[in-house]
Design a protein around this ligand. Structure first.
Ligand code: AMP
Ligand code: MG
Length: 642
């Protein structure tokens, strides 16, 4: 077996060259018009008819000889004899002579002998006589035969992607079936840990994301994806899957198992049953890429990490598919922006997923393996290996992902169902990035979010019952140029099953707790409550928390906490009242916390933020908040920090 450049990282340009030289040949197939959307036209479409096929009226009115109207005016109308009426679709034949007119509807064929249509607005009719008050020019209000599309004209060129307008053109020229390109791309996901969406997740498993992102991406290019399913990390089954795919498609994409780890057999297998053209591309993310050919069918092994897999797909596979399908249009949609935050790179060429909001570019990279780096990204920036630091304000070019719907507001901070209500009522599109209140404060500090939802309590004599929300954190961090908009209150408490013997903090020792993650305001509130409680009992806080198994656990969402309690993985959880309903749990109230919004001053006057605040202050919002959340007299109050 030949080994080419095996285990040696190749440059991005070299990888592109190898991939572009792969022979990927689509087949052709007839498709009905209904199924042709998004596909690539295989043939030039030369029309055999004129569109419209006959001269037709484009206004309701009277078909006349233009010369009969030349001398008329508003005060001296010309009177013509009405000799008939033509509706759209009519095949009635009329011959119209001088001094005559025919009433005609929009879309109806122009009768023999006439050469213009007077709009009905400039006429009046009485006893079979039409008065015309305004002259018309020759051909006025008539669409000539073939003026839209002329017989023999090439209306669509092979290689054109069929969108709504193209489908409309094909229908207009009478095409029922069209020949389209059929490029079958097989998809294989590898990994013992993968489970198909819809199936039950058992311990240690994750859902297969790559099969479906690739499926959608392939469709977006106008090719035909074929799912070959999830293949275990086992040489025998993997080989079988590859062989099946080889006989059924023109290109194979696999994901996972491409590193040189012990369980990673894909690259060895390709090398064994086919030929390896490259293994490893010097790019982040996505270093472990394998390019090979098995029995003449090109195969590209993408990294397993969903972000990496999709980035490599966009960067290398999309151009390959488009080229194979003869789609020669400019491949990339780019938009200019400026960095909204500093970013440190690491001296390797990097495709960094970014969000793009109001011209500001924010890194959306959430570390390897996070599918949310993609759903939170609008595109990516290509950072060359020579750039180590991108300062906020640096102009950059963003290559957009497919058809992205860009958000109006980027919201960070602690998870809250009230934010969904704000989004629904405002009609704005939010991108949410829940990283706890602490994450919210840092996101505002680093200018990587527009608004942060925060509920961080501190002991402070200025607050009610000695607890003040958010303000001490802003002061300690020295945040300036921000405002804190008071939001609403949330009932926080312990979540237990209906049969639970737990009725308050005193029952916690010895009971397995599922806590919120570090950095969550609600967790900090529990800490404060326990501190108070322990002080009353005359014990140290540490002593008390040490007696609660799971105290140091940290679930990211209320939902996960409810589920853990409902499924008896834990006896008690911490959360807000509203989420108990889903799982039929009981709620033991501990406190009411204040959930506020931290906003950078510079965007306070943007239409998006104004709308956000309008909704926050609205009655409708107050009435739509889920149980356990409520507005109060301070809702909407703005506290400014210079
Ligand atoms: P691998 O390249 O097989 O070592 O996979 C790298 C990482 O990506 C691992 O954490 C895998 O669990 C994950 N991964 C692999 N394939 C998929 C997939 N189809 N969907 C989601 N995650 C995946
Ligand atoms: Mg794997």
């Amino acid at each position: 077996m030949k080994r080419k450049e095996f285990r040696k990282l190749i440059s991005v340009d070299k990888a592109r060259e190898i991939i572009n030289n792969l022979h990927v040949l689509p087949q052709q197939e007839d498709s009905s018009l209904e199924n042709a959307y998004g596909k690539i036209l295989a043939e030039d479409i030369i029309t055999e008819i004129n569109v419209p096929p006959f001269p037709r009226a484009i206004m309701d009115g009277y078909a006349v000889r233009a010369e009969d109207t030349y001398d008329c005016s508003e005060t001296e109308p010309v009177k013509l004899k009405m000799v008939g009426n033509i509706q759209a679709g009519s095949d009635e034949k009329f011959t119209v002579s001088a001094g005559e007119a025919v009433e005609i509807a929009t879309g109806a064929p122009i009768p023999e002998g006439t050469n213009a249509v007077v709009m009905v607005e400039y006429t009046s009719e009485e006893n079979g006589t039409v008065s015309i008050y305004s002259p018309v020019a020759l051909g006025e209000n008539i669409m000539k035969a073939g003026s839209d599309i002329r017989r023999g004209e090439r209306v669509l060129k092979a290689g054109r992607k069929l969108g709504t307008r193209e489908i409309g053109v094909l229908a207009s020229v009478g095409k029922k079936d069209v020949s389209i390109l059929k490029l079958k791309v097989g998809i294989i996901s590898t990994g013992d840990e993968l489970v198909r969406p819809g199936e039950k997740l058992t311990a240690g498993k994750i859902y297969d994301a790559n099969s479906y992102t690739l499926y959608a991406g392939i469709q977006e290019c106008g090719a035909f994806p074929l799912l070959y399913g999830i293949v275990k990390d086992n040489e025998v089954v993997m080989r079988k899957a590859l062989e099946t795919a080889v006989s059924g498609c023109e290109l194979i994409l696999t994901s996972g198992s491409t590193s040189a780890g012990s369980g990673d057999v894909m690259y060895r297998l390709i090398d064994e049953i086919g030929e390896t053209l490259a293994h490893g591309v010097n790019i982040k993310p996505g270093k472990p890429v394998v390019i090979g050919i098995i029995k003449g069918v090109p195969i590209i092994g993408l990294p397993g990490n969903p972000t990496s897999a999709l980035m490599i797909f966009n960067e290398f596979i999309v151009p390959l598919l488009r080229k194979a399908l003869g789609d020669t249009k400019r491949l990339k949609k780019v938009e200019q922006g400026v960095m909204g935050a500093n970013f440190r790179s690491e001296g390797r060429q990097q495709l960094l997923p970014v969000g793009l909001i109001r011209g500001k570019v924010y890194p959306a990279d959430r570390g390897s393996g996070a599918i949310t780096s993609l759903s939170g990204a609008d595109g990516f920036i290509d950072i060359p290996s020579s750039t180590e630091f991108l300062e906020a304000g640096t102009p950059v070019e963003v290559t957009l992902f497919g058809e992205v719907e860009k958000p109006d507001l980027l919201i960070a901070g602690g998870f809250c169902p009230g934010i969904d209500v704000l989004e629904d009522l405002s009609g704005l599109h939010f991108r949410t990035l829940y990283k706890g209140s602490s994450g919210g404060f840092s996101a505002i500090a680093s200018n990587t979010a527009d608004i942060a939802g925060v509920n961080m309590p501190s002991r402070d004599p200025r607050g009610q019952d000695g607890i003040l929300y958010n303000i001490p954190i802003i002061e300690n961090m020295g945040l300036s140029g921000v405002v804190l908009v008071k939001g609403y209150k949330r009932e926080v408490g312990l979540l237990v099953r209906q049969s639970s013997p737990i009725s308050g903090l005193s029952d916690l020792p010895g009971k397995r707790l599922i806590n919120r993650n570090l950095g969550a305001g609600t967790r900090a509130l529990l800490d404060l409550k326990i501190e108070e409680f322990a002080a009353q009992k005359g014990i140290s806080k540490k002593e008390f928390t040490n007696s609660i198994p799971g105290y140091s656990s940290g679930a990211k969402s209320e939902k996960a906490i409810c589920e853990a309690v409902a499924s008896e993985k834990a006896e008690v959880g911490l959360g807000i009242r509203n989420c108990i309903e889903i799982n039929g749990l009981q709620f033991i109230n501990l406190a009411e916390e204040e959930y506020d919004f931290l906003i950078r001053k510079e965007i306070l006057e943007t239409p998006e933020v104004l709308r956000f605040l309008e909704i926050l202050n609205s009655r409708e919002f107050a009435s739509k908040l889920p149980e356990g959340l409520h507005v109060y007299e301070r809702t909407g109050e703005i506290i400014s920090f210079e």
